[in-house]
Design a protein around this ligand. Structure first.
Ligand code: TRP
Length: 329
């Protein structure tokens, strides 16, 4: 059995890409692994230090995870800042992280380019905090997207360096968790690549029906097929890809046939897509609303999750202290 850890920054709502991608896999894998799912609010502070939105964002993500089917009785779900041992491990790991390697991290260079007005030390040491998140439970598998692969590589480097420096075999190799063929990539509605928060091309789990309709109707298309069985442009293929995830196979086939016979009307295609997205998402949205209005439930989940996470975190930090020679009088 693997110890799996996944973190998500609390900087906004989840979209269909998250839902059909990682989240549906988390829901399945929570039964076969020791899973930790946490909300990285410390990490959010590196770019979004706004006291007014920090907690509402955490609450959103927590409600959305629970609504999607993460079961707090099966997996451990917690908020990063509820486990201060993470901050201590971060401090300790920082003693073995080199400024040069942190400055060379792609995500750091990217942030420097985009937000030159706020290049704080938290940003520089972001990968160390992420390594602390992972190593605090000595996780062996971490589901990450492409943009986080370098951070995971750095986690392995920090772990190896720690083991070598102190002559121990303490931290494991934290490998990526690959969903393989179960990995669903949901494209955006703008004819480009994948659906993403920063791309502004997403449909969110919290979107109301009217918003979903409007977004889908505005999806980028092309001028239509000109001869039977002509190849599809990216924008049309994207629409069909989303459809494959929300509509019945019959519906998809119906529109594919229309496309291949050059009889397709993109307006009809989009209308159908919007209704099928709504059918799938509306119940999730209602569950999110129900959960997020139940503060007693949320605080119970957060408290119990933190307790479970702290147990494992406490053990790691005391062992690391001992390895490093920190002895209490
Ligand atoms: N950096 C990750 C992201 O932006 C979030 C994250 C923080 C994370 N700590 C983690 C992911 C630990 C996996 C493991 O997506």
């Amino acid at each position: 059995m693997e110890t799996v850890l996944s973190g998500i920054r609390s900087t906004g709502n989840l979209h269909l890409g998250n839902y059909f991608g990682a989240l549906s896999n988390f829901v399945k894998m929570q039964h076969d692994n020791k899973c930790y799912f946490f909300i990285a609010d410390y990490h959010s502070l590196t770019t979004h230090p706004d006291p007014k939105i920090l907690h509402p964002n955490v609450k959103n993500v927590l409600s959305e995870y629970l609504a999607a089917g993460i079961d707090p009785d099966v997996a451990t779900i917690y908020i990063q800042s509820d486990v201060p041992q993470v901050a201590e491990l971060y401090l300790l790991l920082n003693m073995h992280a080199f400024i040069g390697e942190l400055e060379r991290t792609a995500s750091f260079k990217d942030k420097v380019r985009k937000h030159s007005e706020n290049v704080n030390a938290g940003l520089l040491t972001y990968p160390v905090l992420m390594a602390a998140d992972i190593l605090i439970h000595r996780a062996t598998r971490v589901p990450v997207g492409k943009d986080q692969e370098q951070h995971l590589e750095m986690t392995r480097k920090f772990a190896r360096r720690f083991n070598n420096f102190y002559g121990v075999d303490y931290f494991p190799e934290s490998l990526p968790y690959n969903f393989g063929k179960d990995s669903v990539k949901i494209p955006g509605l703008d004819g480009s690549g994948k659906m993403g928060k920063s791309e502004g091309n997403g449909i969110y789990l919290a979107d109301e029906d009217a918003v979903i309709r409007k977004k889908v109707m505005r999806a980028v298309t092309d001028s239509g097929p000109t001869e039977p069985n002509s190849p599809m442009s990216d924008s049309i293929r994207n629409i069909f890809t989303i459809m494959e995830n929300v509509s019945t196979p019959d519906t998809v086939q119906y529109f594919l046939d229309k496309y291949n016979r050059c009889e397709i009307r993109y307006g009809d295609l989009k209308k159908q897509l919007a209704e099928d997205i709504i059918k799938m998402i509306a119940p999730v949205r209602e569950r999110i609303k129900e959960i997020s209005s139940n503060d007693a439930y949320l605080s119970k989940v957060a408290r119990e999750g933190a307790e479970k996470a702290r147990e494992s975190a406490d053990k790691t930090v005391s062992e690391v202290r001992e390895i490093m020679g920190i002895v209490r009088f």
